[in-house]
Ligand binder design. Sequence first.
Ligand SMILES: CC(C)(COP(=O)(O)OP(=O)(O)OC[C@H]1O[C@@H](n2cnc3c(N)ncnc32)[C@H](O)[C@@H]1OP(=O)(O)O)[C@@H](O)C(=O)NCCC(=O)NCCS
Length: 319
Amino acid sequence: MAATAEVPTLLELRQLRPELLRPLLQEETEVWLRDMLWDFRPSSELVRRFVGMQALNGHALCWREEVVGYAYFVCEEQKGLIGDLYVRAEVRTPEAEARLLEASVRTLLAMPHLRRVESQLMLMSRESQLALPFPDRARAFARDYMVAHLAGGEPLREDPRAAGARFELWSDAFTDQAAHLIAEGYRNHVDADINDQYRTVPGARRFLHNIVQYPGCGSFFQPASFACFDRSSGNMTGVCLTSLIAFDTGHVTQVCVHPGYRGLGLGYEMMRRSLAALRMAGCQHASLTVTSSNTGARSLYERIGFATRRVFNAMVWEL
Ligand SMILES: CC(C)(COP(=O)(O)OP(=O)(O)OC[C@H]1O[C@@H](n2cnc3c(N)ncnc32)[C@H](O)[C@@H]1OP(=O)(O)O)[C@@H](O)C(=O)NCCC(=O)NCCS
């Protein structure tokens, strides 16, 4: 890629025939499975379908007649979300990744109604994110992708401190209480800087709707998702929600305990039950993401067997 004539060109995704994306998506699917234990095929199928309908916004990096990189974004009310960014290993450089990121952020920030852009690009190299585009509006937060082996080993012991709580399998009827719990549980929390849906009850409701109904974070797995309640008041005191990201990998999409009930073993006990249910369902591994500075949550996860597999950045731009 040294010669000037060989600098990749940037095209709009809408100009692309979906077949041209096939080799790139094939490679990306292999990397997701190898590095993250995540089956990317449903997402890659959606990308190809939407590109085929000329309905996906974003850019492709083309080199020698081939698509070697792409990024796409979607808009949700006043927020833009960069959904994915991937450059093929053969041509991956910080410049190539930064060009795609810059193109998405520039397009989004130019939209008059947009106030905010969020992204969590797990496969993008962190070196490429050292100099963020539009740095005066940007913030980056390191996050850990953690994995626990479920097969073999001793099952986790029940925490007697949590014996006073009532645990129930997730039901959609819990959505409203869980939305209140999340908005309260993430008040002044770094994760509410990363995902603004955590800041309000309607936002948390949308977040719950997205993880239960849509496949972005795997397919929701109700048999390993729990809520817990205070026996005397009946109030919801915590939730632990899971999905399947591959036929043998579970993912904890949310764990939150009401601030007044922390340190009583509820987080541990819900996670223990979720991991046991995932294991029963044939999962070999479970994964989750956590903000690196959230040391309390990280120490809980480490205690139950999770270890960091990859560190990536969550990025936010605000007007
Ligand atoms: C992380 C969280 C779910 C833990 O739930 P919990 O019920 O307090 O956890 P447990 O009582 O089972 O375990 C507490 C452990 O977590 C850690 N911890 C984290 N936050 C804590 C808090 N506010 N109070 C007490 N312990 C806390 C401690 O290391 C503690 O270890 P110990 O049991 O050996 O003393 C809870 O703090 C929470 O909801 N935090 C806000 C939302 C959040 O950060 N979610 C995780 C996003 S990835």
